[in-house]
Design a protein around this ligand. Structure first.
Ligand code: ADP
Length: 221
């Protein structure tokens, strides 16, 4: 059976979640207080309704507890976001993901029982800052305070060298999980694999180790 999702709040974030879930073939109920927004998503989502999610009886009449996953993407109105989340928790929704506006909001959402709290602006800011600081860092995913996965662009310094020659695991304590070359991706690179300029390496490791490796091997010019 198709998974059923409900997206509450159809701003830029909720709207893009709604579109992406629909494209992936999921059933999506799109909810917003703003009729114009609801009309915009009427042809994208499976159902789109004008409703105020802070109204408990409305949530009940939509049968919100039966959805597999509810995403609360209410932007600036922190009070509505918290109240909505609280009611979803009380009604026993199995998976609740909420967008937080700031750290204080995030703390409250975690306390009242949101299953996942996301901070898209902050996370994107961190990723972009890494890319701005080093042009070789194409993308960055924080795993914890100390560990991350980064995409590094191979340059002249590593061109034509094999992984075993570079000895990255022993020298820097990082692991190369995959190598992207053009359209192809090798998810279990062999030690004898030769790197080419322009390859994209997906590296996992401690931030300090990745930094050291990046400055030694990837800072070409
Ligand atoms: P973004 O930063 O993702 O663009 P916005 O603040 O622009 O977020 O959008 C949030 C959306 O949530 C708006 O379309 C707004 O109408 C909707 N919204 C706000 N409060 C409620 C509510 N109580 N019930 C349903 N939708 C709501």
């Amino acid at each position: 059976m198709k998974k059923q999702f409900a997206v509450i709040g159809l701003g830029r974030f909720g709207g893009s979640i709604c579109e992406s879930l629909s494209k992936q073939g999921m059933e999506v109920l799109a909810i917003d207080t703003n009729e114009e927004k609801v009309n915009r998503y009427a042809n994208v989502a499976t159902h789109a309704v004008v409703a105020d999610s802070t109204d408990e009886s409305t949530l009940k009449s939509l049968g919100i507890r039966n959805f597999d996953h509810v995403i609360v993407a209410i932007g600036d109105n922190i009070q509505s976001s918290i109240l909505t989340t609280l009611m979803l928790v009380e009604q026993g929704v199995k998976h609740i993901t909420v967008k937080a506006q700031n750290d204080y909001h995030e703390k409250v959402l975690n306390k009242i029982g949101a299953h996942k709290v996301v901070h898209p602006e902050r996370d994107m800011g961190v990723r972009i800052a890494h890319n701005i600081v080093s042009k070789n860092v194409l993308d960055y995913l924080e795993l914890s305070d100390e560990y991350s996965i980064v995409e590094l662009m191979a340059g002249k310094a590593v061109n034509g060298k094999s992984l075993i020659e570079l000895d990255i695991r022993a020298k820097y304590g990082c692991n190369i999980m995959a190598i992207k070359r053009g359209e192809s991706i090798n998810v279990s690179p062999h030690a004898n694999e030769l790197l080419h300029s322009g390859d994209i390496l997906i590296v996992i490791g401690a931030d300090a180790d990745i930094n050291r490796m990046e400055h030694t091997l990837f800072d070409d010019d």
